[in-house]
Design a protein. Structure first.
Length: 165
């Protein structure tokens, strides 16, 4: 199985908690005003890479990294392949953060089994479209104040949105 990838960072401190590898997945339908990653809205941008080869790049960064962040683009448009990758990431004992233009509610209420399947692998979801009029510097992980940093596993088990702390 392959993923269309717009970029990969071995080590980053600004895309989630602790040192992380970051995967930028191509393709997005949200069309946010002032999108910072317009090139990655295209589903053809970047390279088509085997999931196993991406995992090898991530594993090379263990034990420096604490986890992996999926960004984009819209990771949930590539949910099936990312679920496959997430299985391997979990086996390394790494946590998974994910940025999405979808809200948590849209994903959890979706009838798309692939999107729901991916959500179950995510530890922290930063959700919602970027809104220029709500742009904020208040949080180092979100771009606009509508976006939330959600503890996905607690939210699923408690059946309500629990914010990450
Ligand atoms: S979700 Fe992200 S990549 Fe997609 S249009 Fe919005 S800012 Fe751009």
């Amino acid at each position: 199985m392959k993923l269309q990838i717009g970029g990969f960072l071995d080590n980053s401190l600004v895309n989630g908690d602790g040192m992380r590898s970051v995967l930028f997945v191509s393709g997005c339908i949200h069309n946010c005003e002032s999108c910072q990653n317009q090139l990655m809205q295209s589903f053809d941008y970047g390279d088509s890479v085997l999931v196993g080869d991406i995992l090898k790049k991530i594993v090379k960064n263990v034990p420096i990294i604490k986890g992996v962040t999926f960004s984009g683009g819209e990771p949930f448009e590539s949910a099936l392949a990312l679920s496959k990758l997430s299985e391997g990431i979990r086996k390394q004992g790494l946590n998974i953060w994910c940025y999405s233009g979808y809200t948590y509610d849209e994903i959890i209420n979706s009838e798309d089994k692939d999107k729901l399947g991916l959500l179950k692998f995510i530890d922290v979801l930063i959700d919602g479209k970027f809104h220029e009029e709500l742009r904020t510097d208040a949080s180092k992980y979100t771009g606009s104040s509508n976006q939330r940093i959600i503890d996905v596993q607690k939210s699923i088990s408690e059946n309500k949105i629990v914010l990450w702390e």
